[in-house]
Ligand binder design. Structure first.
Ligand SMILES: Nc1ncnc2c1ncn2[C@@H]1O[C@H](COP(=O)(O)OP(=O)(O)OP(=O)(O)O)[C@@H](O)[C@H]1O
Length: 227
């Protein structure tokens, strides 16, 4: 089977904390995988290794056949910008830029001209139902609006993989449900895969597969790959 993402034997430590102790996991093209587990079990660390933000000390991260962990930082950043969308718990929008400028940013950084980038960004804001806040800055947005802008920013480059860390974690039930529904629909429409870290059972229930981390390892008996 051709995996989009193949994580093998990942180890990652911070000082004396072993956050990951040999985690292996595959994500297939178009698959939605939820990563759950107790606080401190290594979920965010796993997600950041998968997205090429963190480099593990041991093990391999293979994305679309390419070893991410062996690329130099500049090449990894370039590849990530095009192929991997990231959604974090609090949106992490650039505070001085408007919503549409935030969404256009990954395209501009990748060399797209301003007009094309703005048109694509507006289309994504429309798709996510937040076109009316296009010219507002993040401080003027609700939590749910910020997260939908963050989803638009993650998808605007047409990534093959979206990595989301507690995308609904800061939202109330209703806003969380809207963001989750929009995120899943956008990922499915784009034929992308989604790796989503969550404490929320409703998110895990809507994934194709759930894997549980405990103390930096996948809990016993869980298949590394989709069956
Ligand atoms: N930058 C860092 N510096 C030091 N320790 C870290 C760092 N990042 C993570 N850790 C530690 O690594 C372990 C795993 O952290 P991680 O954030 O991956 O867990 P998590 O399962 O995502 O937790 P939570 O559900 O609370 O977000 C924890 O013990 C954490 O304190």
């Amino acid at each position: 089977m051709n995996h989009l993402l193949e994580l093998r034997g990942l180890h990652k430590s911070f000082a004396r904390t072993e956050a990951l102790r040999g985690v292996s996991l595959d994500v297939q093209p178009g698959e939605v995988v939820a990563v759950t587990g107790p606080s401190g079990s290594g979920k965010s660390t796993l997600l950041h290794c998968a997205a090429g933000v963190l480099v593990p000390e041991a093990g391999s991260v293979t994305f679309a056949g390419q070893r991410l962990d062996e690329l130099d930082e500049a090449t990894r950043t370039r590849l990530r910008r095009r192929e991997i969308g990231l959604v974090l718990q609090f949106g992490q929008l650039v505070p001085d830029l408007t919503a549409v400028q935030n969404v256009a940013l990954p395209l501009l950084l990748d060399g797209t001209d301003r007009r094309t980038a703005r048109t694509a960004a507006l289309a994504w804001l429309e798709r996510l139902g937040v076109a009316e806040v296009a010219d507002q800055v993040p401080a003027e947005l609700s939590g749910g609006e910020s997260q939908r802008v963050a989803v638009a920013r993650a998808l605007v480059t047409g990534p093959r993989l979206v990595c989301a860390d507690e995308p609904t974690g800061a939202l109330d039930t209703v806003a969380g449900e809207v963001v989750l529904t929009e995120l899943l629909a956008a990922v499915r429409d784009a034929d992308a895969s989604l790796l989503v870290v969550t404490h929320d059972n409703r998110v895990a229930a809507r994934a194709d597969r759930e894997v549980v981390l405990r103390d930096g390892s996948l809990a016993a008996g869980q298949p590394v790959t989709a069956s």
